[in-house]
Design a protein around this ligand. Structure first.
Ligand code: GTP
Length: 467
């Protein structure tokens, strides 16, 4: 995740302020140094870093903390406000008829982002269409078409067409029923003149309401030149940052935002059409600082509930926090969580869970991939109800029988039991959290918003391994 390093190192530094009511100049220096180090290693432009750290320093030393506010909270608040200020508002994209043009270098993720954005608009009740004008890269047409099919949105392209400007013109006409037009363009390895000339012509024909620059999160200072060139030729209103799942950097994109005086519109976090988030500065920074992002979490839960085909009485998110945890529950939760996205991303959105506890968990605890889930399902199908209810009582002979019955290995059965133990421990950590009441309230709220989940609480009473 972008600037991930900032989140964890800053939390460590801020934690040293715990218990203090006043902050010294030294404390502030240390916090500011940590911010500088993290931002620079995430490729944020030096002058931006200096600007940000100066404002934090000045405010932390000159402003009087409200009485009774612990030093840590006071500094955290300032860092939060200054980061929100640096990153700015999200690009304005009203939920109404509009045309969006995507620009960027080859491989930055434009085609993927166009389908993701179309999917996102469709979840908001609009009818989007993607127009693919990339005649340069063989395969772009098929890729866009397939992704749009997966996203269940309209698509226009011409696999035999050679003139991208004509395709754009025809595409707008052919998809006139749609209300949001997203025009994908070709990229090149570098900023060649013909790329700029082509996109200027497409821009003239399309007359977009918004032009977005698509940038790979791993791009460093090269973002500055790209941003400047595209801004001069077509005018950039916002940036979509892609591949945030693969890098801890992302600073180049912030530089581009600053250079074009624009803002961030979308974040791409994976290769699937659903792996996209509308950028919300407050939630994003909160998550970065380990304060959680309830908005995104609620949205994901809502989506997961629609996708997870479990009976209403079978799954209640509140069950994660109460009662005994069994293998049946683990299976349901794995399905639901899988629909929400990678577990570590989800955890970042939970207040109080992002920074501290998550960092202490073994990496394996997050490793719930679809393949593993499938193997686990075969294994669970070969277990008796009692075994699923009390997995800790499963011994060597049962493991052998289950492996044979499910066509898996004994090692895989042990792995499942190990995964169960880890998840059980994680759930217990949840249960032990100070903010449990808050979590429960939140879960309830999300349940209502999601319209599913029911209040069944199908976990039964405490079993022999309850506590
Ligand atoms: N992991 C991950 N991969 C992504 C993301 N966005 C795009 N990709 C991958 O990046 C590669 C390039 O993405 P494309 O959408 O084809 O890029 P493009 O900008 O359209 O490329 P050109 O058409 O050649 O200009 C593909 O393999 C995508 O699957 C993301 O958010 N996360």
């Amino acid at each position: 995740m972008v600037l991930d390093d900032l989140g964890s190192s800053l939390r460590g530094t801020l934690d040293k302020l715990r218990g203090k009511s006043r902050i010294s100049e030294e404390d502030v220096e240390e916090v500011v140094k940590e911010i500088q180090r993290s931002l620079l290693s995430a490729d944020v432009d030096v002058s931006l870093v200096m600007e940000l750290s100066d404002s934090i320093k000045t405010r932390a030393l000159e402003e009087e903390p409200p009485s009774g506010t612990p030093a840590r909270d006071f500094v955290l608040r300032i860092v939060y406000e200054e980061l929100v200020d640096l990153i700015g508002e999200s690009t304005d994209l009203p939920l109404e008829e509009q045309t969006i043009l995507l620009a960027g270098l080859q491989g930055s993720g434009k085609t993927t982002t166009s389908a993701k954005m179309a999917w996102w608009f469709s979840t908001k009740g609009l009818q989007p269409a993607v127009i693919q004008t990339d005649t340069f890269r063989p395969g772009a047409y098929d890729q866009a078409k397939q992704m749009c099919e997966r996203a269940e949105v309209d698509f226009y392209g011409d696999p035999d067409g050679e003139d991208p400007v004509q395709i754009a013109r025809d595409g707008l006409e052919a998809t006139s029923d749609a209300d949001v037009h997203i025009v994908d363009t070709a990229g090149r390895h570098a900023l060649e003149d013909d790329l700029i000339a082509e996109i200027e012509q497409i821009n003239d024909v399309v007359q977009p309401d918004t032009s977005l620059l698509v940038l790979d999160a791993a791009i460093g200072q090269g973002a500055k030149d790209q941003a400047q060139q595209f801004d001069e030729s077509i005018g950039i209103d916002g940036v979509a940052i892609t591949k945030l799942d693969g890098t801890a950097k992302g600073g180049g994109a912030l530089t581009a935002v600053d250079q074009t005086d624009s803002s961030i519109a979308f974040l791409g976090t994976g290769e699937e059409v659903e792996d996209v988030e509308r950028f919300e500065p407050e939630g994003f920074i909160s998550r970065l600082l380990g304060m959680g992002d309830l908005g995104q979490l609620a949205e994901r839960v809502e989506r997961a509930m629609e996708q997870t085909q479990v009976e209403e009485e079978d799954w209640d998110p509140e069950d994660m926090l109460t009662g005994q945890f069994t293998l049946n529950d683990m299976q349901k939760q794995m399905e639901a969580m899988n629909n929400m996205g990678p577990l570590d991303q989800v955890m970042d959105m939970i207040p109080g869970f992002g920074g501290g506890i998550k960092d202490q968990l073994p990496d394996d605890a997050m490793d719930v991939t679809q393949d593993r889930m499938r193997t686990f399902e075969y294994i669970m199908d070969s277990m008796t109800d009692t075994e699923k209810e009390y997995p800790r009582a499963i011994g060597a002979s049962q493991i052998e029988r289950i492996a044979r019955g499910s066509g898996t290995s004994e090692e895989e059965v042990r792995e499942l039991l190990q995964q169960f133990k880890m998840m059980e421990r994680t759930i217990k950590q949840f249960q032990g959290m100070g903010s449990e009441q808050e979590m429960q309230r939140m879960m309830k709220q999300m349940q209502q918003q999601g319209g599913g989940g029911g209040g069944g609480g199908g976990m039964g009473g405490m079993g022999p391994f309850g506590d």
